[in-house]
Design a protein around this ligand. Structure first.
Ligand SMILES: Cc1ncc(COP(=O)(O)O)c(C=O)c1O
Length: 382
């Protein structure tokens, strides 16, 4: 297997296509205001705590797809319980996909998101694999615009904070029988959030799992679909019992090569400065953060390589000093240093390194509007 330099992927190509401005898209999902928004004291408590993914805002965006009529019924309505028949196909066959993307408040009060076209392309990639309908990328972005405009007050300000946006789509047709649903609902909900790991840029400990895999060749690993996460929960709980905060999965053939964490991609920084990450094998999720980091490093003249990375080589490299830093990345936690890596027969430790810290700062500076965005990745919502 030979190493290769990064070539733009389908998601990166689609994700970089120009999008209409938010003002031009706004209004596609008309707002019916929530008559019973969170009381002021409740709102203040939630915005004070900023617990990731625990509390949601006053509204949600929605649209429905039918096989006969396509997408319709676009709306922003009060956040609240869904009415779902027990026969809804998603409850039986898990036909569902989701996305994770954030709204950031810049110092001047404006609200922005990061590469929404990429997430639009990825939800369509995931939807294709799960036999769900495609969404017009501008409808996807418009759903974020109208939802965030309705709930703008829920976008916190301050370093490391955001309104975490969760677009998702599921099979709501009532039937028991294995075939693609003819009725599908799409929603966007959001949760005001502080840092994902409350400890900030201090490191996390990772248990490398053998015997359990989140996905396999030809399966659904490259789709953001609930089953992959359900498959990760048992090994994750077992690792937590051992005192580890996350798990890293290995390839399902040989249990030899690193794949990714339960919800993040993984990178190595070598002592010679080269940065390496597992190649896109069709089994791992193609992270937008991974993509942004590869691009930023390449533009700074750093050697970046996507290739199979053997666990033995990583453990040996950490012991010998050849591997200087290991970090994980994803929208929720941005960049997270890994300071302990352990498995059945090894346990090694690392420092939080300069490259990890620098990537975290450069990426969050672009996202928060503190640095120029040469890539056109930031998109103004409000
Ligand atoms: C399994 C998995 N890998 C990687 C990532 C990172 O993707 P992104 O950087 O687009 O958030 C995520 C998070 O969405 C994930 O769930």
């Amino acid at each position: 297997m030979t190493a290769r330099a990064h070539v733009p992927t389908e998601l990166e190509r689609l994700g970089d296509l120009p999008l209409a401005d938010a003002d031009a898209l706004a209004g596609r999902f008309p707002l019916t205001r929530n008559e019973n928004p969170a009381p002021e004291a409740e709102y203040q408590r939630i915005m004070g705590e900023l617990a990731f993914g625990r509390e949601f805002t006053d509204h949600m965006a929605h649209m429905r797809w039918t096989r006969e009529g396509g997408w319709s019924q676009r709306e922003v309505v009060a956040f609240g319980p869904l009415s779902l028949t027990p026969g809804a196909a998603v409850l039986h066959y898990s036909q569902s996909v989701f996305e994770g993307i954030k709204a950031y408040r810049h110092a001047d009060g404006s609200v922005w998101t990061f590469r929404p076209g990429y997430n639009a392309a990825r939800i369509n990639h995931s939807a294709r694999r799960m036999a769900l309908p495609q969404i017009d990328p501008e409808d996807f972005v418009a759903s974020l615009v109208d939802y965030v405009r309705a709930d703008e007050k829920w976008v916190p300000g301050g370093d490391g904070t955001s309104l975490y946006l969760r677009p998702f789509m599921f099979a709501s047709e009532e039937f028991v029988g294995v075939h693609p649903a003819g009725v599908v609902d799409y929603y966007v909900i959001g949760s005001p959030s502080g840092r994902y790991f409350s400890a900030g840029l201090t490191g996390v400990s990772i248990w490398v799992v053998k015997g359990h895999h989140r996905a396999g060749p030809g399966g659904t690993g490259s789709a953001k679909t609930g089953g992959n996460y359900a498959a990760s929960l048992l090994p994750q709980a077992q690792a937590a019992d051992r005192g580890f905060s996350q798990v890293c999965f290995l390839d399902s053939y040989e249990e030899k090569y690193l794949e990714e964490l339960g919800g993040m991609n993984v990178f190595l920084v070598m002592a010679d400065g080269t940065v390496r990450t597992p190649e896109l094998s069709g089994v791992i999720l193609e992270g937008g953060t991974r993509s942004a980091i590869l691009r930023m490093l390449a533009d700074r003249g750093r050697g970046v390589v996507e290739e199979p990375i053997a666990l033995d080589e990583v453990v040996w490299g950490i012991r010998s000093g050849e591997v200087a830093e290991v970090f994980a990345c994803g929208t929720a936690a941005v960049v997270t240093p890994i300071t302990r890596l352990a498995g059945d027969d090894f346990d090694v430790e690392l420092e939080v390194g300069a490259t990890t810290t620098q990537i975290y700062e450069e990426l969050t500076d672009i996202q928060m509007g503190r640095a120029a965005d040469p890539y056109g990745w930031t998109y103004r919502l409000v």
